[in-house]
Design a protein around this ligand. Structure first.
Ligand code: WAQ
Ligand code: MG
Length: 256
């Protein structure tokens, strides 16, 4: 009758809370069994307290029990790594992959321009995959994808096949992109970090998770996530899926 997991999530801001206009520092989400709640919480707190974007003055941690169904377990996206040596080249790769993924040129340009000029987003924006029009009205809060994680044993097995990809940041990004691409409403995703030192980003399409280096200048705090969708998507349902529906990568059901 389903499997029990706890959703543990964190968001941190500098100055004051996000709601009161503080600067977004860091966020994180995970799923774990009851016995690992303290450990998971400690990891997220450490992430918030040692972040390159600044000093966290407000930290919110939420811990909540979930029951997962069989269909809420799944496999991660296939992963590819592209080469690029300059920002121009990196963004050219982005454009090619999104275009091959049926995203229109106006939307690709709008997404690149958005991520280049947005230093304080805490979630993702929804964009019309053809015209580039923003389709959510969440402002800087955006939409925070939540309640997804790797099963720890499955992750260890996966790492043996992907030894060069062993960082929590990459694991978190693949989990998020897998959940986003699991919705039939998502056409593609573009992401790069808002952390000043991390300039590799990715495109997720039906093909998989494609890592691309040099998507922004080192030192820039501009970054975020754009989910490309069809204009006809039922937005409230789509947001409810992203924010609330759990996804456990691997796990008891992943091995069947
Ligand atoms: N849901 C929606 N948007 C989010 C979430 C989330 N759970 N987490 C982060 N974002 C948005 C938000 O606007 C952040 O400012 C932005 O994404 C960047 O988040 O393969 O580290 O955690 O080498 O800084 C991708 C490449 C790294 C990894 C992305 O993003 C690789 C990264 P960060
Ligand atoms: Mg960040």
């Amino acid at each position: 009758m389903g499997i029990e997991r706890f959703s543990v999530r964190m968001r941190a801001a500098e100055g004051t809370s996000h709601e009161a206009g503080g600067k977004h520092i860091s966020g994180g989400e995970g799923l774990c069994i009851r016995q690992q709640i303290s450990q998971k919480t400690e990891k997220l707190l450490h992430k918030a307290l040692t972040h390159s974007r600044g000093k966290a003055d407000f930290i919110r941690i939420t811990i909540e029990k979930l029951q997962l169904e069989r269909q809420q377990c799944g496999f991660p996206l296939a992963t590819y790594s592209e080469q690029a040596t300059t920002i121009e080249e990196g963004r050219k790769r982005v454009t090619e992959h999104l275009y091959q993924g049926n995203i229109g040129m106006p939307a690709i340009q709008a997404a690149l321009a958005f991520l280049s000029s947005t230093p304080n987003m805490r979630g993702a924006i929804l964009m019309d995959g053809e015209t580039g029009e923003r389709l959510d009205n969440r402002g800087q809060k955006g939409i925070r994808v939540s309640r997804m994680d790797w099963d720890p044993d499955f992750y260890k097995e996966w790492l043996q096949c992907h030894p060069t990809l062993s960082s929590p940041r990459i694991a978190e990004a693949i989990a998020l992109a897998t959940k986003v691409m699991n919705s039939k409403d998502t056409l593609a995703e573009l992401c790069w970090s808002d952390d000043p030192e991390y300039t590799t980003g990715y495109v997720a399409t039906k093909k998989g998770y494609i890592r691309i280096p040099h998507l922004k200048e080192e030192g820039s705090e501009s970054g975020g996530r754009v989910f490309f969708i069809q204009r006809t998507t039922n937005i409230p349902n789509y947001i409810a899926y992203l924010e609330r529906e759990p996804l456990l990568i691997g796990g008891e059901f992943g091995h069947e």
